[in-house]
Write a protein that binds this ligand. Structure first.
Ligand code: FES
Ligand SMILES: [Fe+2]
Length: 418
């Protein structure tokens, strides 16, 4: 249980709030690069800031104020030039560092045109693994960590976004909550398919450990032992707002205090014998949350998670909760956030930032699936694998995979479409 004031500290993300200042010190994934192929401008809202993301014709990414510095028109309705983005109202042109580089009529009418006061806020953007990451914090920006899975060849990757109408922190607490797999994903899925028992293997033992880039949770369930990778390696609650499960990442990126952009990145290695496989663009798609009747979709894994997150309210009221043994990891994570908030308030740098360019080139994480993803297994072995075999049949994580993404996946894997 937390006081309302402590809950506010964890959940408020605006500029100059403690958590807003913490999260701004880490690169945040905000879009898929392929989203900008058809339409090079995308309005985005991140941590309460309204911005416009674009790729100009010279290939530069920009993330600048949504409003033009002239008379505040919406830059999302502008267009991109060789350099920069142009406002459609009177043609002012902005570049990716936020400089106003053209004011067309002013440049004709005034022999000494002044750009004073016309710069806008602008944040750096980098592409990695098909994702676009932005940095909204103080200079100098840390290195963008290239997580090891982004370096893996021979895989089919896809990016799935979802607009989740609740605060980011309850989503992130789900990253360190092993017991919910047994109930939400196993037993509840069983019920949805007509089962009437709670037959999923029970959790018998949990362990949570801290490391440089977050926490690892480990578990033993019925039928497993301490030699199992779920116990010897575990899964990662990635600091500060991510989740890494061996073949996929999820980030919970705050849109504002009451909304979150769920950004998920998936990797599936092609079967042995299908290499080399070179993927062109990494597709990006948006998963819907509700069905035609307005009810939340409950059939897919992350959609189920979203039912839990949004069910906790726009901002979960932690003054009313009752934490127990399954929540030890959540308590550890909150304590680390409070410690880091104090460190920042004292003028120190929080943990988990990568400052060495060399180190940032490939950052390994504890990974139960490294061999499968780097060495590969045969199609027959995939068909017998307890988790991977389901992926051959359908995309189990998010509802709504577009048919063209499914077709590209089927082609990459060399399988007949189910
Ligand atoms: S408002 Fe943008 S150029 Fe005038
Ligand atoms: Fe889950």
């Amino acid at each position: 249980m937390l006081t309302a004031a402590r809950n506010d500290m964890l959940t408020r993300v605006g500029r100059r709030t403690p958590m807003g200042e913490l999260l701004r010190r880490y690169w945040q994934p905000i879009a898929g690069a392929s989203e900008l192929d058809a339409e090079p401008i995308k309005p985005v809202r991140i941590m309460g800031e309204d911005l416009v993301l674009y790729r100009d014709r010279g290939g530069r990414y920009g993330l600048i104020d949504r409003h033009c510095p002239h008379r505040r028109a919406d830059m999302a309705y502008g267009w991109v030039e060789e350099t920069g983005i142009r406002c459609s109202y009177h043609g002012w042109l902005m570049d990716e560092v936020g400089r106003c580089i053209e004011q067309p009529y002013e440049d004709i009418a005034n022999p000494k045109p002044s750009r004073a006061g016309c710069d806008v806020k602008a944040y750096p953007v980098k592409e990695c693994g098909g994702l676009l990451f932005a940095y909204l914090g103080p200079s100098p920006a840390p290195e963008l960590p290239v997580w090891e899975p982004f370096t893996w060849p021979n895989g089919f990757r896809e990016i799935v976004l979802a607009d989740v109408p609740c605060n980011w922190f309850q989503c992130q607490e789900n990253s360190i909550d092993p017991v919910h797999f047994e109930w939400m994903h196993d037993n509840w899925s069983g019920r949805q398919h007509g089962g009437n028992g709670n037959a999923a293997p029970k959790h018998l033992k949990l362990k949570f450990e801290e490391f440089d880039h977050g926490f690892v949770y480990k578990r033993v369930r019925e039928g497993q032992s301490e030699t199992d990778r779920y116990w010897t390696i575990g899964r990662v609650a990635l600091w500060p707002n991510g989740f890494f499960l061996g073949s996929h990442f999820e980030w919970r990126v705050p849109v504002d205090d009451e909304n979150t952009l769920s950004v998920a990145w998936f990797f599936m290695r092609v079967p042995k014998g299908r290499e080399p496989y070179v993927q062109g663009r990494v597709p990006t798609w948006k998963s819907p949350l509700r069905d035609a009747d307005g009810r939340l979709i409950t059939s897919h894994i992350i959609n189920q998670d979203i039912v839990a997150w949004t069910g906790q309210g726009r901002i979960a009221d932690r003054t009313k909760e009752n934490l127990r043994s399954s929540d030890i990891g959540i308590t550890m994570m909150r304590q680390r956030f409070f410690a880091e908030l104090e460190a920042i308030a004292a003028g120190n740098e929080p943990g988990g930032l990568v400052r060495s360019a060399n180190e940032a080139q490939c950052v390994p994480l504890p990974n139960m699936a490294r061999e499968i993803n780097t060495e590969g297994i045969t199609l027959k072995e995939i068909e017998q694998h307890p988790l991977l075999r389901r992926r051959l049949k359908e995309f189990v994580f998010h509802y709504g995979q577009p048919p063209e993404v499914r077709r590209a996946f089927v082609e990459a894997m060399g399988i007949e479409s189910a």
